[in-house]
Design a protein around this ligand. Structure first.
Ligand SMILES: [Zn+2]
Length: 288
């Protein structure tokens, strides 16, 4: 699943391409992806313009004219592709082939803009969605999700982090980092990398963390997410960011996806362990 840096990268890429475009048509062949009937959904958004694109946690928000908004979640295998006569930008989960002949068999929703360019939503497993809300409806929807602060804003302060940890003393630190009610946007990749940065084993209980480790975890969250955005998201095999380029952060990963390989710092073998159905990778020598 794309995490905060990947979704932020898609947001920035789309921003350069679809702001100001007018929706001329919409099609969706998978009713569970949308929260109205296709007929109603289409009638509501036809003629509206894309005014801004925002991100909350791992979701994208298309702000439309007349106070409508589309909340998009890519889930495990969703992919957004912007296509015009001269370019094709891909963001999200990789899908082999088919970039040059869209729509393809994984395309389940298509926005057609008045200039005849398109935004395609492709999804192999069809868990992703595009839900339409008024401004007020969107606010209610986001409130109901009870999301924690955005890690790269001032809302995510060191005091907030310390207090939240105090409330979750018996959590394993990796699980704490991945819980959106605590902090949003961090999944399997970045929780592993943050633990490595702080030299803390992903299975450590929050109550046993030392003050210095808590400081490093806090610093690591900000630094690693920022570095990854700078390098345009993490590359997954043929992962493409919204500008159609591969991300560079994959080469910088210290532990995620490296079990069996050597630690870049101490040469010990990177190990993996199951935590609540997820796999954590860590260096047994560098991380205590
Ligand atoms: Zn090591």
């Amino acid at each position: 699943m794309p995490e905060l840096p990947e979704v932020e990268t898609i947001k920035r890429g789309l921003e350069k391409n679809i702001i100001g475009k007018q929706i001329a048509d919409f099609y969706c062949d998978w009713p569970k992806m949308i929260n109205y009937s296709l007929k109603e959904y289409k009638a509501k958004i036809k003629g509206l313009k894309i005014q801004a694109i925002n991100r909350r946690a791992k979701m994208l928000i298309l702000n439309l004219s007349q106070s409508w908004n589309i909340l998009i979640h890519l889930k495990m295998t969703g992919q957004l592709v912007y296509g015009s006569k001269t370019k094709c930008l891909v963001g999200g989960h990789p899908i082999k082939d088919g970039y040059d002949c869209l729509p393809n068999k994984f395309t389940h929703a298509t926005f057609t803009f008045s200039d005849q360019s398109h935004l395609y939503f492709n999804d192999v497993r069809k868990f992703g969605w595009l839900r339409l809300f008024t401004d007020q409806g969107l606010e209610q929807e986001l409130d109901s999700l009870n999301l924690g602060p955005e890690p790269l804003t001032n809302d995510f302060s060191f005091d907030y982090f310390k207090n939240k940890l105090k409330q979750k003393q018996n959590s394993k630190i990796k699980q704490f980092l991945m819980e959106p009610k605590n902090i949003v946007g961090i999944g399997n990749i970045y929780s592993d990398e943050v633990c490595f940065y702080a030299k803390v084993k992903p299975t450590r209980l929050v109550k046993n963390l030392k003050p210095k480790e808590i400081e490093l975890l806090y610093k690591g969250i900000k630094k690693i997410l920022q570095d990854s955005i700078k390098l345009q998201g993490t590359t997954f095999s043929n992962y493409r960011n919204a500008e159609g380029e591969t991300g560079e952060f994959m080469k910088k990963l210290k532990v995620y996806g490296r079990a069996g390989e050597k630690c870049k710092i101490c040469n010990a073998e990177i190990k993996k362990i199951k935590i609540g159905g997820r796999t954590a990778s860590f260096c047994p020598k560098c991380q205590k």
